[in-house]
Design a binder for this molecule. Sequence first.
Ligand code: ADP
Length: 167
Amino acid sequence: MRVGMFPGTFDPVTSGHLDILHRALQVFDRVIVAVAHRHQKQTLFSAEERIEMIRDSISKGDAGRIEIVPFEGLLVDFARARKVAGIVRGLRFVSDFEYEFQMALMNQKLAPNLPTIFLMPSEKYTYLNSSLVKEIVRNGGAVGGLVPPAVARSLKKKLGRAERQKT
Ligand code: ADP
């Protein structure tokens, strides 16, 4: 059984993340979604909330092949402890490349037998990231289609503003 690991902050999970997760399930038998605690980066949602939102967003059909777990510390140590065959990351733009390239090479140095696999989302998600989604909700905009319905509800609750009245 080939197991992959999809690590990230997922603050919150978006349709872009879910697109990558579906593609990862085509490559691996099972995927562990590793949700970073992120002590160095302030997150809007706690790790528990981020995990819950991912759980609410995956289909029943896929749920048996997906495990969602928190992690802190070095990703390669966690990945090796779970004996995964590879790390999955999403690539949207050339601007993602520099950071992802550096991370992948460093992880390769730390764990030479742990490959990083880059997957590209559907082009309709290439402009999407968690920060933009939070900014839209903060300013009263609608995020339907960009995040799962459960996430849209949590965002509205957390960031509090009613959607702008249509005039
Ligand atoms: P991190 O802080 O580790 O970058 P993120 O939650 O921002 O965590 O991203 C996790 C992974 O998901 C990264 O590989 C990122 O490139 C990918 N990702 C995020 N948004 C999208 C998207 N819209 N389409 C494809 N991949 C995405």
